[in-house]
Design a protein around this ligand. Structure first.
Ligand code: IMP
Ligand code: MG
Length: 177
């Protein structure tokens, strides 16, 4: 099996859009402190680029959930792999996600986090595939809506590979001769 990745969003396009979203968040949270919750591992690249562009004070924490195996199909099962280090009570938390697909991960996570009494809880995603939604999720900040294709790069993986690509690409598979 040969894997091919073709560029879908360039690094420039992504960073330009992240700057716009960061400006909107900075405006919305003026006078407040923002607590970014990065969902490992996929969101680390996006979280860093977003955080660097925010002009309000920022704190960060990391959480890890799993809903996928080494495949492009969702298992439908969400499991908390690593919890946050700090409580979020009284904080203005923003969950930072790489991509929303079925919505299962986020609907589980937002429900879990809202029980911890944050002052506010919003969701910011780099990519969204709205056509794929199984569980409804309210998204506050979206960088790009994309079609139903499996994408890699900018933190997103296929079987743990390609996270380091500086762009978002569509992966395709072909049988070797
Ligand atoms: P959901 O629970 O179905 O919304 O899945 C969300 C998670 O599945 C994301 O955080 C990704 O880790 C993974 N995922 C969904 N679509 C893609 C994709 O196109 N490329 C890489 N990972 C994906
Ligand atoms: Mg993810």
């Amino acid at each position: 099996m040969t894997e091919k990745v073709r560029i879908f969003l360039t690094e420039e396009e992504i960073n330009e859009r992240i700057s716009e979203v960061a400006a909107k968040i900075s405006e919305d949270y003026a006078g407040k402190e923002v607590h970014l919750i990065c969902i490992l591992k996929g969101s680390i690249f996006f979280t860093c680029e977003l955080a660097k562009r925010l002009t309000v004070p920022v704190t960060m924490d990391f959480i890890s959930v799993s809903s996928y195996g080494n495949d492009t199909k969702s298992s439908g099962v969400v499991r908390l792999v690593k919890d946050l280090d700090e409580p979020i009570e009284g904080k203005h938390a923003i969950v930072v996600e790489d991509i929303i697909d079925s919505g299962r991960t986020l609907s589980y996570l937002l429900d879990n986090l809202s029980r911890r009494h944050p002052a506010s809880l919003r969701l910011c995603t780099l990519l969204d595939k709205p056509e794929r939604r199984v569980k409804p999720v309210e998204v506050d900040y979206t960088c790009f809506n994309i079609p139903d294709e499996f994408v890699v790069g900018f933190g997103l993986d296929y079987a743990q590979k390609y996270r380091n690509l500086p762009f978002v690409g569509i992966i395709s598979f072909s049988e070797d001769e």
